[in-house]
Design a protein around this ligand. Structure first.
Ligand SMILES: [Zn+2]
Length: 263
């Protein structure tokens, strides 16, 4: 589909807006999952004073900036992560539109991105990788495999992708746990690696996982203040970010790497 520059620009604007709004929603959803509150019932409220928030308090980015990161009703500080969650989601949504263009695949990967963002927010907040969101990710992939042709080839590639990293990882973690006699990696992270892997070729998954490991190490080194970092480490966001980088740059990186040996 060819779009005029104006339509293209307009769509970028729309996806940025959608990303910002979804970022706000997904961050709220993550907190509700952690607090075991209903995701659909109950209106948004201040975490400090409980005051129900109105439309002017819920405009992504602008509300936070306008209220200078404070609750309008009680003056409680609203963490900068609310603003960051919205901005990151906006960037991810626009990048996916630019990568895929307007097509069915875009819908599939926007849903995956929304799930990964919510998982990342929950993991950062409370070291939780919600199982329901992993299952939703698997169901989303199955639906789009059923829509693809031929189904058999798509299903096989998806399964190989899913197991390509998660299975070796599970083996390594089990061996490490035997040697160290303590938990080496959260089970939630391995399930997450499986779910994300379903969406990509095994080779791209490998690149994504390498990205995730580098990001995880960088976070561990640069952010020593990660609470209880010795006991628990939120690896979900690094995995999600790794798969995003793998999607955008994995294929080019692999071609470049293979090219080094082809000469
Ligand atoms: Zn308040």
């Amino acid at each position: 589909m060819t779009l005029t520059p104006f339509t293209h620009g307009y769509l970028i604007f729309i996806f940025a807006l959608l990303g910002l709004v979804m970022g706000s929603f997904l961050n709220c959803m993550a907190i509700r999952i952690i607090n075991k509150e209903s995701i659909v019932k109950g209106r948004s409220h201040c975490m400090s004073c409980g005051h129900v928030l109105g439309v002017p308090d819920l405009v992504p980015v602008f509300s936070w900036l306008f209220l200078r990161g404070k609750c309008r009703y009680c003056g409680a500080h609203i963490a900068v992560r609310y603003l960051l969650a919205e901005l990151v989601s906006g960037v991810v949504f626009v990048s996916l539109y630019l990568h895929f263009g307007l097509c069915l695949e875009l819908a599939e990967y926007l849903i995956l991105a929304a799930l990964l963002l919510c998982i990342s927010f929950a993991d950062l907040e409370d070291y939780l990788v919600p199982e329901g969101l992993i299952i939703a990710g698997i169901v989303n992939r199955v639906i789009f495999v059923l829509l693809s042709k031929p189904i058999g080839a798509a299903a096989l590639q998806s399964l190989i992708g899913g197991l390509s990293i998660s299975l070796p990882l599970l083996a390594v973690v089990l061996i490490m746990e035997k040697i160290l006699k303590r938990d080496a990696m959260g089970g939630g992270d391995i399930k997450l690696v499986f779910m994300m892997g379903l969406y990509f070729k095994w080779s791209v998954n490998l690149v994504s996982f390498l990205f995730a490991c580098v990001l995880g190490i960088l976070c561990g080194v640069l952010l020593p203040k990660l609470k209880n970092a010795e006991k628990q480490f939120p690896f979900g966001p690094s995995l999600a970010l790794g798969s995003w980088l793998g999607l955008l740059f994995g294929q080019q990186l692999l071609q470049w790497y293979v090219g080094l040996f082809a000469r």
